[in-house]
Design a protein around this ligand. Structure first.
Ligand code: ADP
Length: 223
């Protein structure tokens, strides 16, 4: 089977500054890659490249068998991104946001109600996103990210702003697909992962099967 992600010496520079350098790895379909590293380590840069939002400046990237950025159009509809920005229109309601997204991806209306229910937002579905709490916005953002049933999920700290009950609620929606997840929680992140990547100053400082990594090794990335 074609790997979901293949990176070969991937790099991204902003002018003189290397945000990401020399990242080579493979993620098989159905597996979860968790990415650790302190602020500025390059985690978001990596996610944005995989999401086709940013062009690499070195190396090669294949996502779902397609080479990026050349074949970006062929993978966009097969990816779900949950970034720091919720990618929602604040003046529209949760339901309107999901309807808009559903039309882009030809998703049936019934799926919207099913997801609003699943993330516990059915009762507030008609309120403008601007009037929701941060945790509620995150729940709607999760619904938006999985609405079109993407093969690959790119998740930047998916539990951000969620209380433990809400985290448990959205968790099943984010499983059962290939995932790249950023995390600052060594034990929780490793428990969820098949492969662990630790970035430091944009470079891989750790790359191993998650089961072979100790939480202390993740902690060391931050010192
Ligand atoms: P992380 O997500 O791990 O906190 P980022 O990928 O956001 O790290 O950032 C990695 C490096 O790239 C940082 O040094 C950051 O300042 C730099 N960087 C990110 N985006 C830009 C940009 N648009 N312009 C210039 N530098 C950037």
């Amino acid at each position: 089977m074609t790997p979901a992600i293949e990176l070969e010496k991937l790099g991204r520079a902003y002018g003189e500054r290397a945000a990401l350098a020399d990242v080579s790895l493979t993620v098989e379909a159905g597996r979860t890659l968790v990415v650790f590293g302190p602020n500025g380590a390059g985690k978001s840069t990596l996610l944005r490249i995989l999401a086709t939002l940013l062009r690499p400046t070195a190396g090669t990237v294949r996502v779902l068998g397609e080479e990026l950025p050349r074949r970006a159009w062929a993978v966009r509809g097969r990816i779900g991104l949950l970034g720091h920005e919720p990618l929602l229109y604040r003046e529209l309601s949760a339901r309107e946001n999901l309807r808009y997204h559903a039309r882009l991806h030809q998703v049936p209306e019934a799926r919207i109600e099913e997801l609003l229910d699943a993330v516990g937002m059915a009762r507030r579905a008609q309120d403008p996103v601007a009037t929701l709490s941060r945790g509620m916005v995150q729940r709607v953002a999760v619904a938006r990210a999985v609405l079109h049933d993407p093969e690959l999920l790119l998740l930047d700290e998916p539990r951000a702003n969620l209380d433990p009950a809400a985290a448990e609620l959205v968790d099943p929606l984010l499983r059962g697909r290939t995932r790249v997840v950023t995390s600052h929680d060594p034990a929780g992140g490793l428990a969820d992962a098949d492969i662990a990547l630790g970035l430091r100053g944009g470079r891989p400082a750790l790359l191993a099967a998650a089961g072979e990594v100790k939480p202390e090794q993740i902690g060391a990335l931050y010192r």
